[in-house]
Design a protein around this ligand. Sequence first.
Ligand code: AGP
Length: 414
Amino acid sequence: MGRFRYQATTEEGKRISGVTTATSIKTVDLEQRDREKRVEKILHRADDADIGKYDHFMMKEICEQPAALDRSMRGRLDAVLGSSRLGGLQTHEARLFDIRNVVFLACGTSLYSAQVGAYLLNRYARLPAVAEDAAELSVKNPIVDRHTLYVAISQSGETADTLSALREIRMRGGLCAGITNVVGSSLSRETDFGIYVHAGPEISVCSTKAFTAQVLATELLALRFARMRDLSAADGRLWVNALESISAQVGLMLEQAESCKLLAQRFYQSRFTMFVGRGANVAVACEGALKLKEIAYLPAEGLSGAAMKHGPLALIEPGLPVWALVPPDVTRERMLGNLRELKARGAHITAVAAGDDEEVHSLVDEVLALPPHHPAVSPILTVIPLQLYAYYSALKLGYDIDKPRNLAKSVTVM
Ligand code: AGP
């Protein structure tokens, strides 16, 4: 590529100009002062934004998840130290050592990925962490302190509520990191450091591959903090091994698409669907419900198994579809109790559980099988059938899957 020179006239009649080459962009501002721009390399292939053999971008993006996760992880795992390497963090290592709290800021699906991140930091790094709905921050008059790291998560990096929360925190002197998919987005420019998730362009309004890539970014962050604090090298290596296997395991979950399709064809007219999980999978249950509302326009609720008997159990009636997330971890025993309550009331239960979990099999109508995995990575696996179920439900109902009514890909107004 040679040099490309451009000239333009502003509304006030001022002449502005710039020169673009393969490696630089030079512009002048309205006062004719030189302004050099930074060149960022975007790792997209030409066919990333092409629908290819798929009928909808959503299905393409669901199927791209193994590749997206591999790309997100590339060069970021340290198998020897049992830790993660995040370029953005390295310049702030000294300050990270003094971090005593983490507050995530995000909206929608990104908020659910943030909730997973908060869970991982609490559980594995023993670092108090919460996920805040960025849209609510403005009414909270937040207390900002020097020992808190604020992490804004946004696929687009342009969500107005998230940016507004970020600006409020920065104005008060808070240390802000960003997790985003879009290189050069407002979020990436307005944070102190960040993690690009490199999921590739997400075209469908309904977020899928960005969710799993964002969860992965929070896994890398939590692993780094966990190794700085409480986690042994041996346990860190187990987590690293689990992350190295995750894309192949997502592939195994995708192979169960036909079962999700049959379930969607059976329940697409249900007046209500419930998604239940515990621990990190409460956020996945909420994400499953959001997908179904967003593209199939079906009323749905995602909740903690612990909350069921405080009200939502009253909604259960014979034949009502319930998705239960029952991975083989610390949540399993209590989820078994939920399954018994649901079965006693005649719900049609689909469990996402270990393929060889006979006890779960005996309590539910069908099981979508999880491969053996480290408990920290289960949200990346359990969400896959929920994405597929929402897709096939919307397909059966004949809706415009990639452009659901009333919604925009990037919500740039508050
Ligand atoms: C997800 O399917 C939605 N389209 C929506 O909830 C979205 O995640 C939310 O608007 C936040 O967007 P962002 O990640 O670009 O900030």
